[in-house]
Design a protein around this ligand. Structure first.
Ligand code: AMP
Ligand code: MG
Length: 344
């Protein structure tokens, strides 16, 4: 992996990282319209493409190595762009290696368990990238802004005291540390939207019939609690950005920039993991060499014994060209209604 390429295509996210231990005031510290000096959307889209390419390669290695897993936690206010971020950032990766879990109002079964239970059940396996569309952080956000949610959680009286939020921060930090110690890296992205941009996006959801389903009058009631959410986000960022799982505050007013940032943070994390394809033992390689000979002996008359090796050997390009041409002509014959057998 070209480390230089990774560095160049990810260094712009550095100012978005919440320094562990620092005290965040969202309104003062992070500008939702920030673009890292990138003027043209075209350049941002290019940056995203570079990130998506790198991700695809890293994800193949992550899956093959089967040792580390990655959990991406996506948080934002309504209309912050979580769905679009997932769609774009994951556009190049193998769907087999990615799982998305969305979290809504907890079910009766979920409320019958400790608050982290439903999140723990949806964690990625080793080799996978798991995305939480909303995450365990709702437990210190919507639950904090609307305390009736806490009342529904059936906690014993001693666990409902005024220290409940400080305790949850600690429990979440401990849980994430435990995951990290055991091979699961956590990427925490907060899509930071301005109040004005939210207003515009809400209106679009009302104006465009195909987007009406995305809008709920409840979203407007949440918007009325804007300041409370800003405060809850600020406290969450201050208390839970840790050396093992730092937060990134992603400026979200420009969707293209938010997506490029999200991809870059993920690429950085994977670069740090540096997943490698497993190397097989000398004994297995000897075994493979034996099997190769057997397969080569099965080549039909006139066929290349090992077309892949031939095309990759020095000076083998011409042969590879022939091989591909043969493939095309078969397809062409099929199209023309002729014999499509593999060995004419
Ligand atoms: P959406 O993501 O638009 O489908 O909405 C999901 C809704 O579920 C949001 O209004 C969240 O605030 C709400 N939600 C998510 N997690 C929780 C939770 N732990 N407790 C209460 N409400 C939640
Ligand atoms: Mg919604």
């Amino acid at each position: 992996m070209a480390d230089d390429r990774v560095r160049r295509s990810t260094e712009f996210i550095e100012p978005l990282r919440v320094e562990p231990g620092s005290k965040v005031c969202l309104a003062d510290d992070f500008d939702p319209g920030y673009k890292a000096g990138i003027r043209k959307k075209k350049d941002g889209v290019e940056l995203l493409r570079a990130g998506v390419d790198l991700l695809a390669d890293y994800q193949r290695r992550l899956a093959a190595q089967d040792t580390f897993g990655v959990l991406v936690c996506l948080q934002s206010l309504d209309a912050g762009g979580k769905d679009g971020t997932i769609r774009h950032v994951m556009s190049g990766v193998n769907p087999q290696g990615v799982h998305v879990a969305g979290f809504k109002v907890p079910s009766a079964e979920e409320l019958d368990h400790d608050y982290l239970w439903r999140y723990a059940r949806r964690l990625p396996a080793r080799g996978e990238i798991g995305i939480f569309n909303r995450s365990h952080y709702e437990e210190v956000l919507v639950v904090r802004v609307h305390p009736e949610n806490l009342a529904r959680q059936k906690l014993p009286a001693e666990a409902r005291g005024p220290d409940v939020w400080e305790r949850r921060y600690r429990e979440i930090n401990d849980w994430e540390r435990y995951l990290c110690d055991n091979g699961f890296r956590i990427v925490k992205l907060f899509l930071n939207l301005s109040r004005e941009e939210q207003r515009i996006r809400f209106l679009k959801r009302i104006d465009v019939p195909e987007r009406n389903w995305k809008f709920s009058p409840a979203d407007v009631r949440e918007r009325e609690r804007w300041d409370d959410y800003q405060e809850a986000f600020s406290q969450m960022l201050s208390a839970t950005s840790t050396p093992w799982a730092p937060w990134y505050v992603i400026p979200a007013d420009h969707k293209w920039f938010a997506r490029a940032c999200a991809a870059a943070v993920l690429v950085r994390t994977l670069r740090d993991i540096d997943p490698r394809y497993p190397r097989v033992s000398a004994a297995t390689r000897r075994e493979l060499a034996k099997v190769r000979l057997e397969l080569e002996r099965e080549a039909p008359a006139g066929a290349e014994p090992d077309p892949y090796a031939a095309s990759n050997a020095p000076g083998g390009a011409a042969k590879a060209g022939n091989h591909r041409k043969a493939g095309r002509s078969r397809t062409a014959r099929k199209k023309a209604g002729g014999s499509g057998t593999a060995h004419p």
